[in-house]
Design a protein around this ligand. Structure first.
Ligand SMILES: Cc1cc2nc3c(=O)[nH]c(=O)nc-3n(C[C@H](O)[C@H](O)[C@H](O)COP(=O)(O)OP(=O)(O)OC[C@H]3O[C@@H](n4cnc5c(N)ncnc54)[C@H](O)[C@@H]3O)c2cc1C
Length: 432
């Protein structure tokens, strides 16, 4: 049996970034994915502008740009039916230009990624589902699984990277997943044709019983994602006299409950079945053995509100690749050595995770959400800084402070406004 240097499980953004980076460093890499590409994925499809340089380094930005993709100026947020407050990414101090975020269907993005990997010397095994690991003295030394013909296969390697996403085999095998207390959330998504979007922003509408993200993905299509507490779905189903409500009926009903969304969607048509993902947020315990590294969603997921999962996947693969390279140089794949990656990842993203948690807590509380929007609408610097951090172009330390939180929650005097508009008493936006 041939022994590879590294086996990567999963050909999503994390796995492909990992395989490409390791291939560039000269390693002999195999990548297994259970799917046949192109394959689709539930996602907001909004890629933080901070990902552009990484996509360029990986050699995939040019092929994404060749699709003439939609680029968005920033985020437009509406609090409980207020008019949307548009927040642009801040001007880059290096280029003097405002960055923008790619908005590309995952069906296309992931296909481009895997195509790029296939164009290198990485051995790609599509329709190969990894079901277990090979161990050597308690250290992971390869994988077992099934191919598309239900024939078993085994591959050996000095190190295995699990980039299998939220259902990664390592999470099951070592019981690493930690679901949050309570009901958790559920997301529904579908592409629509003919959505009336005022401008090129990702439109986030926060209202009961959850929030939506609506953004154009090009070719006249928009992605409409709805996120609600799982308990809402269960309660509303139980209340229905006639029995269980279909997920798509629930999705449409909740979308149309919000006046701002209704205006955008009233003449539009859903052009594909509604798909859903459950138990959105989860944390992951440390890997218990040597020879195994987790990247991307397999390392945990918070909530898509701040939409940075793809950036995080790409960047975590870059950090892991540096640590793996150092491991090869000293022939050390011990748990202790590889945990340097966990520490570096936490150092880099800890502030961002905290911000995401604080924002989610704020948005589910109507008075706080209104107040934050009011502060952002009257202080452009505050708004651009926040969107810059969310877009991974400014460091999280810019906003993870009591001072910033105070500025967000203490509404300034109306006369000091310097933003794009003001929120009136009835919570609608007044253009300046
Ligand atoms: C509702 C929702 C909205 C989101 N919106 C955004 C957004 O707007 N912007 C953003 O940046 N992020 C968003 N995200 C997050 C983003 O989708 C993920 O962070 C990203 O896809 C993670 O990439 P990944 O490579 O880790 O995993 P994935 O993209 O899930 O890829 C995992 C791959 O592993 C394969 N695999 C799994 N198990 C095995 C196995 N045992 N054997 C072989 N192959 C296997 C799968 O087939 C899959 O191809 C959203 C997520 C959700 C749920």
């Amino acid at each position: 049996m041939k022994t590879f240097d590294i086996i990567v499980i999963g050909g999503g953004p994390a796995g492909c970034a990992m395989a490409l980076d390791l291939n560039c460093r000269g390693y002999d890499v195999a990548l297994c994915d259970q799917a046949k590409f192109p394959r689709d994925k539930v996602c907001g499809e909004f890629i933080s502008p901070g990902a552009d340089p990484i996509l360029e380094q990986l050699g995939v930005l040019a092929s994404i740009e060749a699709l003439v993709p939609k680029r968005l100026k920033g985020v437009a947020i509406s609090s409980y039916e207020s008019a949307e407050l548009e927040m642009d990414y801040p001007v880059s101090t290096e280029t003097g230009l405002r960055p923008s975020s790619l908005s590309v269907p995952r069906f296309q993005l992931d296909a481009l990624f895997i195509k790029k990997v296939q164009s290198t010397s990485v051995k790609v095994f599509e329709q190969h589902k990894v079901t277990d690991f090979i161990f050597d003295n308690g250290c992971v030394a390869g994988v077992h699984g099934w191919d598309e013909n239900k024939t078993s296969f085994s591959l050996k390697a000095k190190l295995v990277v699990d980039a299998g996403g939220r259902n990664a085999v390592s999470l099951r095998k070592f019981s690493l997943k930690q679901e949050p207390k309570g009901n958790g959330k559920i997301a529904f998504s579908a592409h629509w044709q003919g959505v009336r979007l005022p401008d090129d922003y990702c439109y986030m509408h926060v209202s009961r019983p959850g929030y939506t993200g609506i953004s154009s993905v090009g070719n006249g299509r928009a992605n409409v994602v709805l996120v609600v507490d799982r308990s809402v779905l269960d309660c509303e189903r139980v209340e229905k006299v006639e029995g269980v409500e279909k997920p798509e009926t629930f999705y449409h009903r909740v979308l149309m409950k919000n006046r701002r969304r209704r205006e955008m969607l009233q003449d539009a048509e859903r052009v594909e079945p509604v798909r859903s993902v459950e138990s959105l947020a989860f944390a992951v315990r440390p890997v218990p053995c040597s020879g195994l590294v987790l990247v991307g969603d397999a390392m945990g997921f918070i909530d898509p509100f701040t939409g940075e999962g793809i950036y995080l996947s790409l960047r975590s693969s870059q950090i892991a690749s540096e640590v793996i390279h150092a491991g090869f140089q000293s022939s050390n794949f011990s748990r202790n050595f590889l945990s340097v990656y966990d520490k570096r990842r936490q150092e880099e993203f800890g502030g961002k995770f905290l911000l995401s948690r604080v924002l989610q807590w704020l948005i589910y509380n109507r008075p706080f959400c209104n107040r934050v929007l009011k502060s952002l609408s009257t202080n452009r610097v505050l708004a651009e800084t926040l969107v810059g951090v969310i877009g991974d172009i400014l460091p999280a330390k810019k906003v993870v402070s009591m001072k910033f939180l105070f500025q967000l929650l203490v509404s300034p005097f109306a006369g000091e406004a310097n933003g794009k508009g003001l929120l009136s008493r009835d919570n609608s936006l007044i253009a300046k």
